[in-house]
Design a protein around this ligand. Structure first.
Ligand code: ITT
Length: 220
């Protein structure tokens, strides 16, 4: 059905992997998940970390590879949790500037860390009302050549607000707290996965990746 080349995907997050499976399947892209040790995310922003991860995984696979960095951005918290979304509860932060003051890895398993991150977010927003609860999921997806060179990056955003308590059992990460503008106020954990995948930050960035691949058929 497609002449698009097969892509490798570097991620250690099973929630992301499920969404790539669904979205890339729909877009007619074959892909292979990579199992590799995860690189340290040392860049100060999503773009830098997406590039670093894609280069790392592409060199590991010796193949055309996608990787992403994503986060939840809350403007009233200075843009936090943002680039530290995955380890928010392990960080000491200044919510007036969005600065990370310190980080100490708790070593908690992913599910427990996600739970602690949601709890932290609710705590920090407990006195916030109305527009102060606005938020967006943001992602940068990078495509790297087999030698690790970055070929293209794409950004996607999904806008909504943070509820006062979780709703829904689907999704991952902050989904149960995120009431989406494009999902009629339902959370990304309440809607059918296909509905999240139709409007998500990840979907929008992957559409741009597909468009770029079609415009560059020589890239294999
Ligand atoms: P990688 O191996 O792909 O790096 P990760 O979980 O470490 O997986 P990130 O560094 O990109 O991923 O961290 C993003 C965090 O932001 C992730 O752990 C979630 O808590 C949250 N997040 C990102 N996209 C999300 C989504 O679609 N729904 C809910 N939470 C999301």
């Amino acid at each position: 059905m497609t002449s698009l080349p097969r892509l490798h995907l570097g991620t250690g997050n099973p929630g992301k992997l499920r969404e790539y499976q669904a979205i890339l399947g729909e877009l007619g892209h074959e892909f292979l998940p990579l199992s590799a040790p995860e690189p340290e995310e040392t860049a100060p922003d999503l773009d830098g970390n997406a590039r670093l991860k894609a280069s790392f995984y592409a060199r590991h696979a010796g193949a055309l590879t996608l990787a992403e960095d994503a986060g939840l951005v809350v403007p009233s918290l200075g843009g936090l949790p943002g680039v530290i979304s995955a380890r928010f509860s392990d960080c000491e932060v200044d919510t007036s500037t969005g600065r990370v003051l310190s980080y100490r890895a708790s070593g908690r398993p992913r599910e427990a860390l996600d739970e602690a991150n949601r709890h932290r977010l609710l705590q920090l927003l407990s006195a916030h009302e109305g527009d102060a609860r606005r938020a967006s999921f943001q992602v940068v997806i990078a495509l790297a050549a087999p030698d690790g060179a970055i070929l293209f990056t794409a950004r996607g955003e999904a806008h909504g607000r943070i509820l006062r308590e979780p709703r829904g059992l689907g999704g991952f990460g902050y989904d149960a707290l995120f009431s989406g503008d494009e999902t009629d106020g339902l959370t990304f954990a309440e809607v059918d996965p296909a509905r999240k995948n139709a409007v998500s930050h990840r979907r929008k960035a992957l559409e741009l990746i597909r468009r770029w691949m079609r415009e560059h058929p020589q890239v294999r």
